[in-house]
Unconditional design. Structure first.
Length: 83
């Protein structure tokens, strides 16, 4: 099964990236995912079930530790042709 996750971390800071956003990027870039799109207001990752769920677990734990007060997350099951 393939999964796609879209997420944001808050609070936002338009002047510079907050620590929790930098941690989120670090976690996602270190994960073994097939596709990663990191942006200022939202992030999308895709991959196999184990890789995505492992990355989401680390993302939630580490961003909260780094000061995130809210993490919004949407997870979808996708088909191979939905890339």
């Amino acid at each position: 099964m393939r999964l796609r996750v879209e997420f944001t971390t808050e609070p936002f800071d338009l002047d510079e990236a907050p620590e929790h956003a930098l941690v989120a990027r670090e976690v996602i870039e270190a994960a073994e995912l097939d596709a990663v799109d990191v942006g200022p207001f939202g992030n999308t990752v895709e991959g196999g079930t184990d890789a995505v769920l492992t990355a989401v677990d680390a993302l939630l734990r580490r961003t909260l530790e780094a000061g995130a007060t809210r993490v919004s997350l949407q997870l979808n099951v996708i088909g191979e042709g939905d890339r």
